[in-house]
Write a protein that binds this ligand. Structure first.
Ligand code: FAD
Length: 435
């Protein structure tokens, strides 16, 4: 008889798991709490087309994603384009894409620039990350590139992503990020090329959902899992707000805090470990304007007049394929959901994140014709030193309950490709845990 897998979460991880389960000969039933699929890659309807709520780019080394896109017949919807980087420092924009840009970056002394270039090159060639798991990124940077480079360049970069945790993140995490971006680089003298899906990440998501359904998977949206309960005989029951769903295996493809809640009663020690990892939420303003602020794809900002530490001019990557007939710009800010600012209205956030762009281009705020704010309570796990030892296990302490979560990619950052890879491993492990 066919075994049944229940998958909780309809983001890229859950959908990949559902697809791979049916391919492996299982029944699959996916439960998604929202009325729509996609999780952090979800899109929204603009009337004139659909647009991703958050920016997503693909690196040349994102092999799981590239392979899956090929398998699902959507590889021709991926386009790579130059993705130049700028660094806005105290009122002036500097190009920051190539080795030459680094050498010309005048806010740093010549010695600092050389140190920075050498450190980046070495990091991109490095493979042994274990010693970096023991220290923070801040400690690593201070001891290699020094305090001035840290303050001018790296601190704002870490702040974009980790807000109040920027000085606690492990050096191994930062190393992997530098290494991954390096996989998109053809030469030190050219901008990195980044990829994107025509139609947004939804192009992949839709193809995945369709292939999973074709294979027999049941996909239920608007169903919130509440807890996972064992029947003592190796079968599992997922209690939801719409009734119970049973299976031989359960894969939680949700952020750690949600997973911790789901197994709190059944596996309290595991729940405690999962719940102990700090997690950040995200608020992101998506702005439409007739003309972009800069010609860069990614801009880091270190200027006290600008609230955001950076912004992403997606319209400079998918030029000619913008869905709303104008430039698309994302301004993200990561912060714990407990931060009182998380409760600000969309208008307050759009103003807070968007108005600062007027420091870079005074006419820009007047050109903005649409502002959309999206927020997610759980967006980014924070991996502090020693995380290699504390990485949450994929297989729970009781057979048949598994977890697929971004922190398991450590030292890699969360990324679509990594999550697709993890989902594949989880499906194989679920087979192994069969009685
Ligand atoms: C601002 C931003 C930018 C990013 N940029 C990139 C990028 O450029 N490149 C890249 O590769 N990655 C990027 N990422 C990361 C990428 O989006 C994530 O790694 C990926 O989408 C995570 O997918 P997931 O399925 O694991 O989790 P999620 O997308 O979080 O999906 C989890 C799903 O579980 C559902 N759920 C939660 N609780 C329950 C419950 N109780 N019952 C049922 N369902 C539940 C949620 O509604 C959600 O749909 C970015 C993320 C953000 C936030």
């Amino acid at each position: 008889m066919k075994r049944t897998a229940v998958i909780i979460g309809g983001g890229v991880s859950g959908l990949s798991a559902a697809y791979k389960f049916v391919q492996a000969g299982w029944n699959a039933h996916l439960l998604e709490a929202r009325d729509e699929l996609g999780g952090l890659t979800r899109s929204m309807d603009l009337g004139s087309g659909r647009i991703e709520r958050y920016y997503h780019f693909i690196c040349g080394g994102d092999t799981h994603l590239l392979r899956l896109a090929d398998e699902l017949g959507v590889a021709d919807k991926i386009h790579f384009a130059p993705a130049p980087v700028g660094h806005f420092y105290r009122g002036r924009m500097y190009p920051f894409s190539t080795a030459l840009d680094v050498l010309r970056f005048s806010p740093l002394s010549v010695a600092d620039r050389m140190r920075l270039g050498w450190h980046t090159l070495k990091a991109q060639k490095r493979t042994d990350w274990r010693p970096l798991d023991e220290i923070t990124a801040k400690e690593w940077l201070l001891s290699t590139v020094g305090p001035r480079v840290y303050e001018v360049l790296w601190r704002p970069l870490l702040e974009i992503k980790f807000g109040p945790y920027h000085d606690q993140v492990s050096a191994a995490w930062l190393w992997h990020r530098m290494w991954r971006v390096g996989t998109s680089r053809k030469s030190a003298m050219e901008s990195d090329a980044m990829g994107y899906f025509e139609g947004g990440s939804e192009t992949l998501l839709n193809a995945l959902a369709e292939a999973a359904r074709k294979g027999g998977a049941e996909i239920s949206t608007g169903v919130k899992a509440q807890k996972i309960v064992g029947d003592g005989d190796g079968r599992w029951r997922v209690a939801t707000d719409k009734g119970d769903v049973e299976g031989d295996a359960v894969v939680m493809a949700t952020p750690l805090p949600v997973a911790a809640d789901l197994v709190r009663e059944e596996m309290p020690a595991w729940s405690e470990a999962l719940g102990a990892v700090p997690y950040l939420g995200v608020v992101c303003a998506l702005l439409r304007a007739e003309k972009s602020v800069t010609d860069y794809f990614w801009v880091n900002v270190n200027d006290e007049r600008v609230a955001a530490n950076g912004f992403i001019e997606y319209g400079n990557l998918n030029r000619g394929r913008e869905v709303w007939g104008g430039d698309t710009l994302y301004v993200p800010m990561y912060l714990p959901a407990t931060d009182p600012r998380f409760a600000w209205s969309d208008e307050e956030w759009a103003k807070h994140l968007g108005d600062g762009l007027g420091v870079i281009d005074a006419a820009y705020p007047g050109r903005v014709t649409a502002k959309i704010v999206t927020r997610d309570v759980f967006a980014q796990p924070v991996c502090t030193p020693g995380f290699a030892e504390r990485t949450p296990s994929m297989v729970g302490p009781k057979k048949g309950v598994l977890l697929v979560e971004a922190s398991q990619l450590y030292p890699s950052d969360r990324c679509l490709s990594g999550m697709i890879g993890l989902a594949g491993i989880a499906v194989r492990r679920a087979g192994e845990s069969d009685r």
